[in-house]
Design a protein around this ligand. Structure first.
Ligand code: NOJ
Ligand code: CA
Length: 548
C-alpha cells in the first residue's frame, strides 16, 4: 500500500449487528422488518457506526430464525421485498453506512428446492449428491451412519423414506433436522454460492458475515467423533470443524470479492481455538476478518482479558490481519447478564451457564459499559450487537410457551436457548411494545416492563446514559488519530488494572479491581464509563485518557 492509499475501511470499522426480526417493525405485525430498519437508519448514523451487518433476511421457514435458508437470492416476505432491500442499501450508503449480509453456506433449509428434489430422488443421484446422504449402520440400516451429534442436541442424522415408503438413507445436519448440510465436495454447491455472492455484490452489498465458516468441509469417510466434545473445541483431526480443505473455498471467495470495485469483504464466524488456528482464515489471500470469541467468553478478570488481548494481537500480527472485538451477538447471553455473575471460572456461552449463579445487574451494567470502552479502544474493528448501546440485559425469564429457539425442544427442554438476547428493542414510550411496533401490537417475544426506562428515546436525553456513552465513544474514535487499526502498548499498572496506550498520547484504563484507582500522573480525562470520585477511577469503570 502506498502512503497515499487510504487504509481499508474494514481494518478499523465499527459494525452494528442488526437482528432484523427484533430491530424495528414497520408494518405492525410484531416482527421487525426492512421498513422498520429503513426508518431507523438515521438513529444508526447518529450513533456513529461505520457499517451494519444484517442477520439472514432470505426466504425461510424460520426453524432457526432464518439460518435455514430456502432461497439465497431473495427476501423473506415477513421482512419485505427485494426492492425494499435495494432501497435500504441505497439509503444506508447515502448515510455513509456500509452493509454486510449473512451467508449460510454450511446448510440450507429442508424447504430449499435442492433438498425437496433430493428427498424423492434415488440414492446416488445427482440431486442427493448436493447433500450428505449415507446408508445407516446395522443389517437394517437403522443406526445413524456415525456418532455425530447436532449442535442443538440429539443425533446429527435423520433417516429418510424411499419412494416406496420403506426407510431409506440418512442425511447429515450439524444443526436442526430442518437444516441439511450441503456437500462442499460437489462443485455444483460451490458454483451456486458464487452465484449468490455475485447476486448481492452486484447490487452493491459491501460484504458478508460467513455463518459456521469452519464447518463446510467434512473429513473423508465421516469418521466417528469418539471422545471429542460435541462443542466447537478443536483438535487436529476433528471430523467436521476446521478441516483444512475449507481454506480453498475462502481463497476462491477472496478472488471473487477482490474482483469488485471497491473490493468486497468477509468476516468469518468460526469458533476456533487456539488463535493460531483461527488466524489461518485471515491469511492475506483468504478472508479479511474473523470474530474473536476468545475475548468474548473471557470472564471480567484483568489477567484473563489481558492474556486474551495479547494472544489475539500476536496471532493476528503473524498474518497481518486486524483483530475484531465483540461482546455479544444473537447467540450469546448479553454482556450485562454475563458480567452480573461472579466471574471466577465462569463460562458463559449459553444462558444455561448463567442461570445457576446469583446476579447483580447493576454491577453487570457497570462492567458492560467499561467493557464497551475497552473494546472500542482496542486495535482493529469492533462489533456492537443491537441493544448493547442501550445497556440491555438478557431476558432470562421468558415463559416456556414463547421460546422459539430450536435448542429448547431439541435438548428436551433442557436448554433455554438463545431467545433471551433476541427480544425486540425498546425505542420509545413507557409501555410495551415501546415503539418497536405500532402501539398495542404485541412483539414476537415479550419485552420486560422495566425496559420503559431504557428506551432509545429516554436515553437520548440523559447525559450519563449508556446510549450517550456509546455515542461519545464512537465520535471520539472517529476523531482520534491512532484509534482503530494499529498496535497497543501496555503501561505499568496494578494487577487488576488494564492500562494501555494507542499512540498519539491516547490511553485506555480499565479498573477491574475492588479499590478505586488514581489516573496516571498528568492524565487528562476524555471519557469515562462512570463518574470519577475525587479523581479516582471506581471499580468496574473504564476511562479514555490523554497522556501529557
Ligand atoms: C451460527 C448462527 O449465529 C446461529 O444463530 C445459527 O443457529 C447457527 N450458526 C446455525 O446456522
Ligand atoms: Ca413487521
Amino acid at each position: 500500500m502506498s502512503p497515499s492509499t487510504p487504509a481499508a475501511w474494514w481494518r478499523s470499522a465499527v459494525v452494528y449487528q442488526v437482528y432484523p426480526r427484533s430491530f424495528a417493525d414497520g408494518n405492525g405485525d410484531g416482527i421487525g422488518d426492512i421498513a422498520g430498519l429503513r426508518a431507523r437508519l438515521p438513529y444508526l448514523a447518529a450513533l456513529g457506526v461505520d457499517a451494519l451487518w444484517i442477520n439472514p433476511w432470505y426466504p425461510s421457514p424460520m426453524k432457526d430464525a432464518g439460518y435455514d435458508v430456502a432461497d439465497y437470492r431473495d427476501i423473506e416476505p415477513l421482512f419485505g421485498t427485494l426492492a425494499e432491500a435495494e432501497a435500504l442499501l441505497g439509503e444506508a450508503h447515502a448515510l455513509g453506512l456500509k452493509l454486510l449480509l449473512d451467508i449460510v453456506p454450511n446448510h440450507c433449509s429442508d424447504q430449499h428446492p435442492w433438498f425437496q428434489q433430493a428427498l424423492p430422488a434415488a440414492p446416488g443421484s445427482v440431486e442427493r449428491a448436493r447433500f450428505i446422504f449415507r446408508p445407516g449402520l446395522g443389517a437394517d440400516g437403522s443406526r445413524p451412519p456415525n456418532d455425530w451429534q447436532s449442535v442443538f442436541g440429539g443425533p446429527a442424522w435423520t433417516r429418510t423414506r424411499n419412494a416406496d415408503g420403506q426407510p431409506g438413507d440418512w442425511y447429515l445436519h450439524l444443526f436442526a433436522p430442518e437444516q441439511p448440510d450441503l456437500n462442499w465436495d460437489n462443485p455444483e454447491v460451490a458454483a451456486d454460492f458464487e452465484r449468490t455472492l455475485r447476486f448481492w455484490f452486484d447490487r452493491g452489498v459491501d460484504g458478508f458475515r460467513i455463518d459456521v465458516a469452519h464447518g463446510l468441509v467434512k473429513l473423508p469417510g465421516l469418521p466417528d467423533i469418539g471422545q471429542r466434545t460435541v462443542s466447537e473445541d478443536l483438535d487436529e483431526n476433528h471430523p467436521y470443524w476446521d478441516v483444512p480443505g475449507v481454506h480453498a473455498i475462502y481463497r476462491q471467495w477472496r478472488t471473487l470479492a477482490d474482483s469488485y470495485t471497491p473490493p468486497r469483504v468477509f468476516v468469518a464466524e468460526a469458533w476456533i481455538n487456539p488463535a493460531e488456528r483461527l488466524v489461518r482464515y485471515v491469511r492475506p489471500d483468504e478472508l479479511h476478518t474473523s470474530f474473536n470469541f476468545d475475548f468474548l467468553v473471557a470472564p471480567w478478570q484483568a489477567p484473563v482479558l489481558r492474556a486474551a488481548i495479547d494472544n489475539t494481537l500476536a496471532a493476528h500480527a503473524s498474518v497481518g490481519a486486524p483483530p475484531t472485538w465483540v461482546l455479544g451477538n444473537h447467540d450469546i447471553p448479553r454482556p450485562v447478564s454475563r458480567y452480573a455473575r461472579p466471574q471466577a471460572g465462569l463460562t458463559a456461552r449459553w444462558l444455561d451457564d448463567l442461570l445457576p449463579h446469583p446476579a447483580d445487574f447493576a454491577v453487570g451494567l457497570r462492567r458492560a459499559r467499561a467493557a464497551a470502552l475497552l473494546t472500542l479502544a482496542l486495535p482493529g474493528s469492533c462489533y456492537i450487537y443491537q441493544g448493547e448501546e442501550l445497556g440491555l440485559a438478557e431476558v432470562e425469564d421468558l415463559p416456556d410457551a414463547v421460546l422459539q429457539d430450536p435448542m429448547f425442544e431439541q435438548t428436551g427442554r433442557q436448554s433455554r436457548g438463545r431467545d433471551g438476547c433476541r427480544v425486540p428493542l425498546p425505542w420509545s414510550g413507557t409501555q410495551a411494545p415501546f415503539g418497536f411496533s405500532p402501539d398495542s401490537v404485541p412483539p414476537w417475544l415479550p419485552q420486560p416492563a422495566a425496559w420503559g426506562q431504557q428506551t432509545a428515546e429516554a436515553q437520548a436525553t440523559q447525559a450519563d446514559s449508556t446510549l450517550a456513552l456509546y455515542r461519545a465513544a464512537l465520535q471520539l474514535r472517529r476523531t482520534e488519530p491512532g484509534m482503530g487499526d494499529g498496535g497497543l502498548q501496555w503501561l505499568p499498572a496494578p494487577a487488576d488494572v488494564l492500562l494501555f496506550t494507542r499512540g498519539n498520547g491516547l490511553a485506555c484504563m480499565v479498573n477491574l479491581g475492588a479499590a478505586a484507582q488514581p489516573l496516571p500522573a498528568g492524565a487528562q480525562l476524555l471519557l469515562a464509563s462512570g463518574a470519577l470520585a475525587a479523581g479516582l477511577l471506581a471499580p468496574d469503570t473504564a476511562a479514555w485518557l490523554r497522556l501529557l
